[in-house]
Design a protein. Structure first.
Ligand code: ZN
Length: 475
């Protein structure tokens, strides 16, 4: 291996000067090997360690006690149905800390799709203000559904499953104004994501950490009617220009035993929509990287697709309006319990759910302490990467990010899912890598603060070309 030197030029551009022999013999691996292992933040270690299996279990038993949390169920009871459930969730999160701003994110929804009558639909939202308004979400959906045959019947009905249309109307009930009060315990779908969100509202708000980003703990309603609560909140965020930077959505994350008998309590799937190197894909890579560092006993399995076949989740509601969002899903599902009266506490593994909560906590805490990612496009949305000055170099430029003390450049060959190489550069807004052909690698850059907290990566990607039909003569 040859020698690599990094030199700071007067124009605040990092230039890598490397010998030809080094390039030929795989110089970038040398760079990766020179990187020291990241020091973990003791505050985040403590925060991750304060996730309580006991509390997760208590929350799940309470959620089950409402018997149904269908968004179309009755609201006039204090112990049964969606009205009682949402009030309990609100009160519970309010009890954790005066720093948490807890309230209903409420809408009067008109009949449409699977909404059979005017419904008072309420997400329960808990906001932990940070130093800046940019927002990191941890979410689940607290509403439930149970149908004859459950998800097993849905799976067996067609193969392969058709693309899901969340607006497909279900058969109209005899009396569309009647509440839908059949038993629908929904302890895993999505009591698990809801309990995770509620428990992390406690852990974060009691951590004493002064976060840069504002953290939002969101329990969505109306997911089972077509992501309705998430779509309404995302619509509002667009209209009110609420700066949502990332959404970690958790839906069905509490069971480690597949319906086929296969058990996996040591991994979690994270789905993200494309195209490759979309911000959501970068968020998934970030969860894998930082979840893996703080919770090495739990493996994050990023999935390069929006969700499972024929299934949907609230992260897609945010994606549809341009927000960065990923969906956590348990690795082995038991379809016989989902959307069924059998979705009860007995189907939950608390140690597994707690591990998934810890991965969420590690990723969200790191993101919320880090600066936001840099911008790597110009005002015309073109990537700020070039072959200058030689015509054969990689010349990266990015915007300065408030709070950044350094930046980390990542790259990999342009055929592969994971970053292969990384290099910390100083507080600069460009980097020059001589003789690195930009056409052969994917490049990205993350902002890093003085303590080493890192944003997710902003990647240099070419926007798709617009297609114009070619005109021919005489037609
Ligand atoms: Zn669900």
């Amino acid at each position: 291996m040859g020698i690599l030197t990094v030199r700071l030029k007067a124009d605040a551009t990092y230039v890598l000067v490397c010998t030809l022999a080094l390039v030929v013999s795989g110089f970038s691996r040398t760079v990766a090997a020179q990187e020291p292992a990241a020091d973990l933040d003791a505050r985040i270690v403590k925060l991750v360690g304060s996730v309580s299996e006991q509390r997760l279990g208590d929350i799940l038993r309470m959620l089950q006690s409402f018997e149904t949390r269908s968004s179309l169920s009755s609201t006039n009871s204090t112990t049964r149905g969606v009205g009682a459930a949402r009030q309990w969730i609100l009160n519970e999160m309010k009890s954790y800390s005066p720093k948490l701003q807890v309230g209903f994110d409420a809408y009067q929804v008109a009949p449409q799709g699977r909404i059979t009558r005017v419904v008072d639909l309420r997400n329960v939202i808990a906001i932990l203000p940070g130093r800046t308004p940019r927002r990191i979400y941890i979410s689940g959906h607290y509403d439930t559904v149970a149908r004859p045959g459950g998800q097993s019947a849905s799976n067996a009905s067609v193969a392969p499953a058709p693309p899901i249309d969340p607006d497909t109307p279900t058969p109209r009930p005899a009396d569309p104004t009647a509440p839908l009060d059949n038993l629908a315990p929904g302890v895993n779908d999505d009591g698990s994501g809801t309990a995770l969100t509620i428990e992390l509202a406690r852990v974060f708000s009691q951590s004493g950490i002064d976060f840069d980003a504002t953290l939002v703990f969101m329990c969505h309603a109306g997911e089972e009617q077509g992501l309705v609560g998430a779509r309404l909140h995302a619509q509002k965020a667009v209209a009110e220009k609420i700066p949502i930077e990332a959404v970690l959505n958790n839906d069905i994350v509490g069971n480690d035993k597949g319906g086929n008998g296969i058990i996996d309590g040591a991994t979690i799937r994270v789905y993200s929509e494309g195209p490759e190197d979309s911000p959501s894909r970068e968020l998934a890579r970030f969860v894998q990287r930082w979840g893996g560092r703080y919770v090495p006993s739990h493996k994050v399995r990023p999935m390069a697709r929006p969700d499972r076949f024929g299934r949907g989740g609230d992260h897609s509601a945010y994606n549809a309006l341009g927000f960065t969002a990923v969906g956590f899903r348990e690795s082995r599902e038991n379809f016989t319990r989902q959307h069924d009266v059998r979705d009860t506490f007995e189907g939950i593994s608390l140690p597994y759910l707690a591990q998934n909560a810890r991965v969420n906590a590690a990723a969200a805490a790191t993101l919320a302490l880090a600066p936001p990612p840099p911008v790597v496009t110009n005002e015309r949305n073109q990537p700020t990467i070039s072959r200058a000055p030689s015509g054969y170099d990689a010349n990266l430029k990015w915007t300065a990010v408030p709070g950044a003390a350094a930046y980390r450049v990542f790259w990999r060959e342009a055929w592969g899912p994971d970053w292969q190489h990384e290099m910390l550069v100083g507080n600069v807004t460009s980097a020059l890598l001589p003789n690195m052909q930009i056409d052969d690698y994917v490049f990205g850059v993350a902002a890093v603060d003085a303590q080493g907290h890192e944003s997710f990566v902003a990647a240099y990607v070419t926007p798709p070309r617009a297609n114009t039909a070619i005109k021919t003569v005489g037609q």
